[in-house]
Design a protein around this ligand. Structure first.
Ligand code: BJW
Ligand code: ZN
Length: 272
C-alpha cells in the first residue's frame, strides 16, 4: 500500500517527517539558547531597526486585525480599510474607527512597548517602524519612530486636505466634518494607498544599514512593511522575530521567539 503524507509517496516520508519535526520544534519551543543568542546579538549590535504590528498592543487589550477578535461586527479589516469602503459608506467605516478610538483611549502601553522605548534610549542608531496607528509606542516613550500606516488620532479633509490632530473620544458626529465643510477621514493608510513616502524611506534606509532587526507581533502579510525585515536580512542583519504564531517571515528569521511580546522583550533587553 502506498502511503502519502502531504501528497508525498512513502519513499520520501522520512526526510519530510524530519523536516516537519524540526520545523515544529523550532516553531513551538525556542531552544534555551535562542534567548541567549538574541541578547548577545543585541548587546553587540550598533544599528537596530524594530518593526512592530498589532500583536505588540494585543496585551494592552487592543484587538489585532487577523487573529481572534479580528472581526468588528461581521466585517473583516480588509473590507473596511479601503478607500472604496469609505466612499461607499463613510459612516460605517467611521463607526469602526470611532469604536477603536474609544477602546484605545482607555488602555495603556504594556511591557513590550516599554522595552522598545528602552532600546530607543540605548542605541545611538535606532529606528522603530510601526504599522500600528494606536499611538501607544509614543505614550510608552518611543521617540525615533515612523508610523508607516498613519495615526488613529489624526484626521484629513477630503476637500481641502487639512490634517488635524483630534483625540476626542467619543466623537460628537460621524462622519466628522472639517471647518471647510468637507468630510474628514482617518489619516491612516488603507489598502491600495501609498505609505507616507518619508516614513517608508527612513524605514528602508534603516533596514539596509541595520545589523539587527527585531520584528514583533506582525503577521508579516501586509506589504511594503513586510519587506523591511527581509531587506535588513539581505543586507546582513541578524533577524529576531517575536510572535505567538509562526508567520511567513519565520523560516528566514535567525531566531524565532514564540510567545507573547511581554514574555520575551523584557528579558531580551536585559533591563528592569
Ligand atoms: C502577538 C501577540 C502577542 C498576537 N505577542 N505577537 C506585495 C505583495 C502582495 C501584496 C502587495 C504587495 N505590495 C502591496 C500589496 C497590496 C497590499 C498588501 O500588502 N496586501 C496583502 C494583504 C496581500 N498593500 C497595500 O495596499 C499597501 N499599499 C501599497 O502597497 O501601495 C502601493 C502604492 C504605491 C503608490 C501609489 C499607490 C499605491 C497599504 C497597506 C495598508 C495596510 N493598512 C492597514 C490598516 C491601517 C489603518 C487601520 O489601522 O485601520 O494596516 S490593514 C492592517 O494590516 C493594518 C496593519 O498595520 C496591517 C498589518 O497587520 P499586523 O499589524 O501584522 O496585524 P495582524 O493582526 O495581521 O497580526 C498580528 C500578529 O501578532 C499575528 O501574527 C499574531 O500571531 C501576533 N500576536 N498577539 C506577540 N501578545
Ligand atoms: Zn477641509
Amino acid at each position: 500500500m502506498l502511503v502519502f503524507l502531504d501528497g508525498m509517496p512513502m519513499g520520501r516520508i522520512t526526510s519530510h517527517v524530519r523536516h516537519v519535526v524540526m520545523r515544529n520544534d523550532r516553531f513551538d519551543n525556542p531552544d534555551s539558547g535562542a534567548l541567549d543568542r538574541s541578547t548577545q546579538r543585541l548587546r553587540e549590535a550598533r544599528r537596530v531597526i524594530v518593526l512592530t504590528g498589532a500583536g505588540v498592543s494585543a496585551e494592552s487589550d487592543v484587538p489585532t486585525f487577523r487573529g481572534p477578535g479580528g472581526l468588528w461586527r461581521r466585517y473583516r479589516s480588509e473590507e473596511l480599510a479601503t478607500p472604496e469602503a469609505f466612499a461607499r459608506d463613510p459612516r460605517l467605516v467611521w463607526e469602526w474607527y470611532a469604536w477603536r478610538r474609544d477602546r484605545i483611549a482607555s488602555v495603556a502601553p504594556n511591557a513590550a512597548h516599554r522595552a522598545i522605548a528602552a532600546l530607543d534610549r540605548r542605541f545611538p542608531d535606532f529606528l522603530l517602524a510601526t504599522q500600528n496607528v494606536d499611538g501607544l509606542h509614543e505614550v510608552a516613550g518611543s521617540r525615533r519612530m515612523v508610523e508607516l500606516h498613519g495615526s488613529l488620532w489624526r484626521m484629513r479633509c477630503l476637500r481641502c486636505g487639512a490634517i488635524k490632530d483630534d483625540r476626542r473620544s467619543p466623537l460628537p458626529r460621524l462622519p466628522p466634518q472639517c471647518a471647510c465643510g468637507g468630510v474628514l477621514r482617518p489619516d491612516v493608510v488603507w489598502f491600495g494607498e501609498a505609505l507616507p513616502e518619508e516614513a517608508l524611506k527612513s524605514a528602508f534606509d534603516a533596514a539596509g544599514a541595520a545589523d539587527l532587526a527585531l520584528v514583533v507581533g506582525t503577521s508579516s502579510l501586509v506589504y511594503p512593511a513586510a519587506s523591511i525585515p527581509r531587506l535588513a536580512r539581505k543586507a546582513g542583519a541578524f533577524v529576531i522575530e517575536i510572535n505567538t504564531e509562526p508567520t511567513p517571515l519565520t523560516p528566514t528569521a535567525d531566531v524565532f521567539l514564540r510567545g507573547p511580546a511581554t514574555k520575551w522583550l523584557p528579558p531580551l533587553i536585559e533591563e528592569k
